[in-house]
Design a protein around this ligand. Structure first.
Ligand SMILES: Nc1nc2c(c(=O)[nH]1)N[C@H]1C(S)=C(S)[C@@H](COP(=O)(O)O)O[C@H]1N2
Ligand SMILES: [Mo]
Length: 395
């Protein structure tokens, strides 16, 4: 790497160890592993329960589980590491897709009931989208990125546009809202504007090239691009077209006293986070580091990411990986040579509609009191200490 990467020295070559290192073999001939692979036992990246709520709780239920973003490479979250959000705890509906039906009714010309096979016959779309829980927020108590940001993931979703199904049913005049319902007893119901449904909501049956995983809503869910995760109803069984916003089990959680922070603030702001180095990691010494991270926005594509390695005094453009997709994680990197002194690393996202990710101070000023209210898309600072340890720098 030479001049590009000062500080990374070559390891002396030991020909003998290169000769012998791949002699041990594992047997992958069992029917299970022939049919469906598994990862190397040396790869130990793991999800973790997150959120303020005790998890497991007193009944042993596990609630939101975070993605290990510190290990993330590229924009796509492996399906088995996608975060898991649920208001119901770790019980996941066991659904036979052959028995599953989706009903569309309410203010429509034709009430329709679809089987999974029928849904799969419609023209489909395949799109990269992030999902993020509004509970994904950072505070001074969080030590690692999985605690502060683990409730967002990005997958390639395949399904039918909800618009296609609504056009089939014929939305009547005044049908300005929809209610989407899951099939657990608490239903995971959400209210959404029909305008969003006619735009880009996907009724998804696949993720990352295979059927949805049970925790992600098998066999059917909606993906509501760019909006708070709670709206992306899983185990979807019913969509009702209605004339107004209904306060459902899920929407209730959104209501605040202040109307400007109430039920309709669905869209996630421009956001980014440095995944490496991040809280809890150790830098082995001064020298070259590729600062890596993810950026996303509910407002569209990421157009730029800036990184500061001096606590916000100077900012530089990061390199974006691939072509940013609308409402999708975009991976970024920035070449940095650490001189060994204490410093703070920051990143900020600028999206295609010109929104700029705010600092925590700017958010506090907006709300007129300390701390972050509403969704938290504020800039995450990571402090690198002289011993190489990395810490959450929120005070
Ligand atoms: N039916 C149903 N849909 C649901 C939920 C639920 O509890 N039930 N949880 C919501 C919440 S709070 C979030 S953040 C997202 C998480 O989606 P994921 O588990 O695929 O990451 O699903 C949403 N959809
Ligand atoms: Mo959530």
């Amino acid at each position: 790497m030479g001049a590009v990467a000062p500080g990374i020295g070559p390891t002396p070559v030991d020909a003998q160890s290169v000769e012998t290192q791949s002699q041990e073999m594992d047997d992958y001939s069992s029917p299970e592993l022939v049919a469906y692979g598994k990862r190397s036992p040396y790869v130990t990246s793991m999800r973790q329960p997150v959120n303020g709520r005790p998890s497991p709780d007193e009944f042993g239920l596990v609630f939101h589980i975070g993605t290990p973003l510190q290990d993330q490479v590229g924009a796509i979250t492996p399906s088995a590491l996608h975060y898991f959000g649920t208001t119901r705890g770790s019980f996941v509906p066991h659904i036979d897709p052959a028995e599953h039906r989706l009903m569309i009714h309410g203010m429509v010309d034709r009430e329709l009931i679809f089987t999974m096979d029928e849904l799969k016959r419609f023209p489909s779309v395949t799109r990269l989208h992030f999902i993020e829980c509004a509970g994904n927020r950072s505070n001074s108590r969080h030590r690692t990125i999985i605690e502060s940001h683990g409730m967002t993931s990005c997958a390639e979703w395949t399904g039918v546009l909800l618009r296609t199904l609504l056009e089939e049913a014929g939305v009547q005049d005044g049908g300005e809202w929809i209610i989407a319902e899951g099939l657990e007893e608490v239903k995971g119901t959400s209210s959404l504007p029909t305008a969003k449904a006619m735009d880009d909501i996907i009724v998804a049956y696949a993720m990352n090239g295979e059927p949805l995983r049970p925790q992600q809503g098998f066999p059917l869910r909606i993906v509501v691009p760019g909006f708070e995760g709670i709206l992306s109803v899983k185990w979807l069984r019913r969509i009702k077209v209605v004339d107004r916003f209904y306060m459902t089990y899920n929407d209730y959680g959104h209501l605040r006293q202040d109307p400007s922070d109430a039920a309709l603030s669905y869209q996630i702001g421009p956001k980014s986070v440095i995944t490496s180095p991040s809280g809890g990691q150790e830098l082995p010494g001064q020298g070259f580091y590729e600062v890596r991270g993810l950026a996303w926005s509910g407002g569209g594509r990421v157009s730029r990411v800036e990184v500061s390695t001096d606590g916000g005094r100077s900012w530089f453009d990061a390199d974006l990986r691939g072509t940013p997709q609308p409402m999708a994680h975009t991976a970024f990197s920035f070449n940095w040579t650490w001189d060994g002194s204490e410093t703070v690393l920051l990143s900020r996202c600028i999206d295609e509609i010109g929104q700029i990710q705010p600092t925590r101070e700017e958010v506090a000023e907006f709300w007129g009191r300390p701390g972050v209210r509403g969704q938290d898309n504020s800039i995450q600072p990571w402090r690198v200490e002289r011993d190489g340890s990395v810490h959450n720098a929120i005070v």
